[in-house]
Write a protein that binds this ligand. Structure first.
Ligand code: WTA
Length: 688
């Protein structure tokens, strides 16, 4: 279909784009909740003058405070080199190692303190308490092995496809020690999705684990690696080796055969590296630390490239002042390390501060909804961090469970999706027992760390609102005509950040044009300008700012569906459906769901002459699961006679979204085929 650029079609095109904000739940403004006095009394940050220090007037030098939380081999010379917008360079001239900052530097005072509490899913298995010393030893041995047995050098890429086990942070930190760039792929993703990321990042190795526990089952994970390695090879980028950790050291827990010459059991080769030490590589501040792939507007996931110095200082600062982590705290973030939240707020942020960070292997509701509270009680967790989806699931399955356990949180976080005020209040009074402060943190994979949140020792909380920009972050809302939407106007628009910050992605891996297009082109004031003020960052979320300056996030404005806090590209799901030969067209839309926030409904039309059948529908669902992973499994596959289309041939996803959400599709008279809407309504309505 050719793109028609005429103004008439531009309006049509805009209308055709699915906007989550259009179907977002709009709840009324809520009352404030003050932070508990007990929390304020111990908080790391209570002085509101911080906002003056971090005003735009003091930009970018204010960020020195961030960098000063870290140890530098060589102190940097330039806080921000913004001479080539939007390619920002932070702490230029500095040399630093992320692993040293998260491990070695804590040995002097915290050698025998727990760095990682690894909690296996089966409740009868022992919890491992890895001290900083033990972490140091294991990271060194693995780094030596990666360097000496597999020849890895600084700048090489390695794909990790690992579950939630202590070996995952160990592997990440071993890479960081050598200056090797890791790219961890969420373990729930399929072998094919992993292969795509291996190929894009040109990874030399794939590191994985044979099996892991999830929902009471020991899942065979290694079998996915066979697909990943085979697919990557046929796409022209074979990995040199697949390294396999054993979930139970000494025992191979997968049914998949080991490929001779390719597969290596890590636990076995490590035997040759006992006691080995590796000096951390003093990396330039600007050296990439890791890639994190995320979904965007087009089918191919983007490799968000994060720096060493800027990123680490950003997550250390936000962990200290927004998460309020003190070294004596036991901190549990229930996210998966396969997502950015886990990178920043399970591994790098908390460990940079010498906290004890919990890594839990399994499902929060396994074997019952009391599990998280038993873990909290037994480990003495006092800071808790999770997503609205997990909170909704725990509330549904065990609304009275928290009261049965003797744990006390001082601080709780919610992240990943908007949280309904009603769910927020359950989190506050039942999970937090009215004693914990809550931060609703808004940010993205691209951002490295939090952008909007209340500062817990300073601001009152408002259920349903993330809060103002954190110190140093200056958000602004623009409308479609590039005008600023004033606070308190009650109008929504596109949330942008006026200024660069140290945690923001450096670029999209191997695709600088896409980086500029995706985040900066839309609201750039002058593309020839060398002034950072002309280059606001566009987040891709709809938002509103209340008169008090708090932001409420409404949802994605691009073709992304946020399922249970996981970002999925509509195009990725649609292309998976189109792999089924009978399918002619596919369109996916977000449907509001009580637990997961949003789930995808997948509409497909079939090629002429093909009869609709449940078999085709299950083939479509299976294709999505094998291409992407079970998290993307469509809620429903609806086979329709035709897609509702504009006259220029664009699928009107807005109409499908309305039908799936049991709302009126609005004016459909401008469609090329308005009569199809009634037919689809009948079909979709009858399938619940
Ligand atoms: C959404 C996760 C409302 C938002 C850290 C964003 C949120 C996308 C919040 C990024 C929040 C994240 N309130 N919505 N507190 N936090 N989002 O890249 O739409 O997996 O653009 O990063 O999640 O998802 P990502």
């Amino acid at each position: 279909m050719s793109e028609d650029k005429s103004p008439r079609h531009a309006a049509e095109r805009r209308a055709a784009e699915v906007s989550e904000a259009q179907i977002a739940v709009h709840w009324p403004e809520e009352d404030y909740f003050p932070p508990p006095a007990q929390f304020i009394a111990q908080a790391n940050l209570t002085d509101p003058r911080i906002f003056e220090r971090f005003s735009l007037e003091h930009f970018p030098e204010c960020y020195k405070e961030f960098a000063d939380l870290l140890d530098w081999y060589k102190y940097w010379e330039t806080t921000l080199d913004a001479s080539n917008p939007p390619f920002w360079r932070w702490f230029v001239g500095g040399r630093i190692n992320a692993c040293h900052n998260c491990v070695d530097r804590h040995l002097a005072r915290n050698r025998n303190k727990t760095a990682i509490h690894f909690v296996p899913e089966p409740e009868n298995e022992t919890v491992h308490h890895l001290t900083y010393q033990e972490l140091f030893v294991r990271v060194n041995e693995l780094a030596a092995c990666l360097r000496d047995a597999f020849g890895l050098n600084a700048g090489d890429r390695v794909t990790l496809h690992m579950p939630m086990v202590a070996e995952l942070p160990i592997t990440m930190l071993a890479c960081a020690r050598l200056g090797v760039i890791h790219s961890q792929v969420f373990s729930g993703f399929s072998g094919k999705a992993c292969a795509d990321r291996i190929v894009d990042s040109e990874s030399r190795l794939l590191i994985t684990m044979d099996a892991y526990w999830r929902g009471g089952e020991l899942l065979d994970h290694k079998e996915k690696e066979d697909i990943a390695a085979t697919e990557a090879a046929s796409a022209g980028h074979p990995v040199e080796r697949v390294l396999i950790w054993q979930r139970y050291p000494g025992k191979y827990s997968s049914g998949a055969a080991l490929a001779r010459g390719r597969d290596v059991i890590v636990n076995e080769v490590l035997a040759d590296f006992r006691g080995k030490r590796v000096e951390p590589a003093p990396m330039p501040a600007e050296a990439p630390l890791f890639l994190m792939y995320t979904s965007g507007t087009t089918g191919r996931p983007k490799g968000c490239q994060h720096s060493t110095g800027g990123y680490l200082s950003y997550v250390a600062w936000t962990s200290k002042y927004i998460q309020d982590i003190h070294p004596e705290d036991v901190y549990w973030c229930m996210a998966d390390i396969g997502w950015i939240t886990g990178h920043s707020y399970i591994v790098y942020g908390p460990l940079a501060l010498a906290a004890s960070s919990v890594v839990y292997e399994g499902l929060p509701t396994w074997p019952d909804a009391g599990r998280p509270w038993r873990i909290a009680e037994s480990l003495g967790v006092n800071i808790f961090h999770t997503s609205p989806t997990a909170i909704r699931a725990l509330r549904r399955n065990g609304p009275d469970e928290p009261a049965k356990y003797n744990y006390h949180f001082k601080h709780m976080t919610t992240v990943g999706e908007p949280i309904e005020p009603e769910v927020w209040k359950w989190y506050y009074s039942t999970v937090g027992k009215g004693e914990a402060v809550i931060v609703d943190t808004w940010w993205q994979t691209e951002n490295g760390g939090f952008l909007c949140s209340t500062v817990p020792g300073i601001h009152a909380m408002k259920p349903g609102s993330a809060g103002p920009g954190i110190p140093g972050i200056h958000p602004v809302i623009y409308d479609d005509d590039n005008k600023e939407v004033p606070m308190g106007s009650g109008k929504a628009g596109n949330i942008c950040i006026r200024n660069p910050w140290p945690g923001v992605l450096q670029t999209v891996w191997k695709d600088p044009d896409r980086y500029v297009q995706q985040y900066y082109a839309r609201y750039c004031k002058n593309s020839d300008s060398k002034d950072w003020r002309d280059w606001p960052y566009m987040a891709g979320d709809g938002a509103m700012q209340a008169a008090d300056g708090y932001f409420r996030i409404l949802g994605r404005i691009d073709d992304v569906i946020n399922v249970a806090g996981h970002r999925l590209g509509t195009k990725e799901i649609e292309s998976a459906a189109l792999l089924v030969p009978d399918v002619a067209e596919a369109a996916v839309v977000p449907v509001a769901d009580q637990v997961k926030g949003k789930v995808p409904d997948l509409y497909v039309s079939l090629k002429p002459g093909v009869e609709a059948s449940p078999k085709i529908a299950s083939k479509v669902a299976a294709s999505v699961v094998s291409q992407i992973g079970a998290i993307a499994r469509p809620h429903r596959v609806v086979i329709v006679p035709d897609m509702p289309k504009t006259r220029s041939g664009k699928i009107m996803r807005r109409v499908l979204a309305a039908i799936s959400n049991k709302q009126e599709p609005g004016d459909v008279s401008t469609l090329a085929n308005p009569e199809v809407v009634e037919k689809i309504k009948k079909q979709a309505g009858g399938q619940d």
